[in-house]
Design a protein around this ligand. Structure first.
Ligand SMILES: Nc1nc2c(ncn2[C@@H]2O[C@H](COP(=O)(O)OP(=O)(O)OP(=O)(O)O)[C@@H](O)[C@H]2O)c(=O)[nH]1
Ligand SMILES: [Mg+2]
Length: 343
């Protein structure tokens, strides 16, 4: 993924977190106890290693709020070594769940330690200490009963800053074949596949749109069908990806998926809004696409009807012939700049 997951640098959520990985356990000084042998050979086991602090992406999360309340995280120490050359138990790792789009930066060096985006992606953020060696390691020909041992090394202590970056600013939603991917290609640097049949796009694509010195990220997801919010088709899996966008851009084919552009819009909007509460709070715009294939009267008629139903701005465009794209980009940029002021 890496490169393809361009993220916008705005609309962020930041939190400072203090980490302490587990210390290594100390090595043990012990001797074998055998009858008639006051000092058997050295038998002190090694200390266990300290636990690591590991961050793991959980797509079910979408905020860093938990860390505001629990800014101190600690992994378990390793146990000391024991007699009979028994090693101490390793400290347990602390697995910390973070939302996709979490960037982890070392506060002291400024270095980015991890950029966590993909489901179940993991990174060790603070490394546990090593267990010390027990005296069993230190016998020599001159010292058969050494009392020497090592302390464990301390677990890494680290101050980090977590930053949650929006995966995208704008999410494209619409029926299959409406021209979402064509639109993303036309306005951004992304090159998703385009084809004259439904379900061409199978995974989300992100593209950066440049509008003067203002940049924003648009996500193209697979087409939605009726019942998507209950898990039908591919849609449900991907609605998740637009939960964190600021704007929903409905893309409607002027001739409709099956001849009814207005019905398409209503159905897609129902699917999106019944997916989750957060969808209801988003700004939305509508693009009527493929106007190069319709008479101007028809375009006007559909535009007015969609304005009535949607209560928002409607932009007639042709993604393929690049008509009306400047106005659309401006409309998106205007909403995003307004949003930015609220942060
Ligand atoms: N004439 C015309 N054709 C278009 C326009 N936009 C897209 N198309 C065509 O419509 C078909 C579908 O376009 P896509 O961009 O793949 O549609 P999509 O919405 O991404 O489809 P899914 O990925 O299946 O959901 C392709 O054959 C495009 O060439 C347009 O503005 N005018
Ligand atoms: Mg597509």
């Amino acid at each position: 993924m890496g490169e393809s997951l361009l993220v916008s640098s705005r609309f962020i959520d930041r939190v400072k977190v203090y980490l302490k990985a587990g210390d290594g356990g100390r090595g043990c000084v012990a001797f074998r106890r055998e009858k008639y042998v006051p000092f058997g050979g050295p038998a002190g086991g090694d200390g266990g290693d300290g636990g690591d602090i590991i961050f793991r992406v959980d797509p079910g999360l979408n905020t860093l709020l938990d860390f505001k309340y629990h800014p101190h995280l600690k992994a378990q120490n390793g146990r000391p070594g024991e007699g009979d050359k028994r090693a101490g138990k390793r400290g347990e790792d602390l697995i910390v769940r973070v939302p996709p789009g979490t960037v982890v930066r070392d506060l002291d060096t400024g270095e980015i330690i991890a950029d966590l985006v993909a489901e179940n992606q993991e990174a060790i953020i603070a490394k546990g200490g090593k267990g010390g060696r027990g005296n069993a390691h230190f016998a020599t020909s001159v010292d058969r009963a050494p009392r020497k041992y090592e302390e464990g090394t301390p677990g890494q202590e680290r101050r980090v800053e977590l930053e949650l970056k929006s995966i995208a600013d704008v999410g494209l939603v619409g029926f299959p074949n409406a021209g979402k991917s064509t639109l993303l290609r036309a306005i951004s640097n992304a090159t998703p596949e385009v084809a004259p049949y439904p379900f061409t796009t199978l995974t989300p694509h992100l593209g950066t749109v440049e509008h003067g010195d203002f940049k924003f990220v648009v996500a193209d997801i697979p087409g939605l069908i009726r019942g998507a919010s209950e898990g039908k088709g591919l849609g449900h899996e991907f609605l998740r990806h637009i939960e964190r966008t600021f704007i929903l851009l409905y893309v409607v084919d002027i001739h409709g998926f099956e001849g009814d552009a207005l019905g398409d819009f209503v159905d897609v909007r129902n699917e999106v809004l019944s997916y989750s509460e957060s969808m209801k709070k988003k700004a939305s715009l509508v693009a009527i696409n493929k106007i190069d294939l319709a008479e101007p009267e028809k375009v006007n008629e559909v535009k007015e009807a969609l304005e009535d139903i949607s209560g928002t701005l409607v932009f007639p465009i042709s993604a393929e012939k690049k008509i009306g794209l400047g106005e659309l980009i401006q409309g998106l940029a205007r909403i995003l700049t307004d949003k930015k002021k609220d942060f």
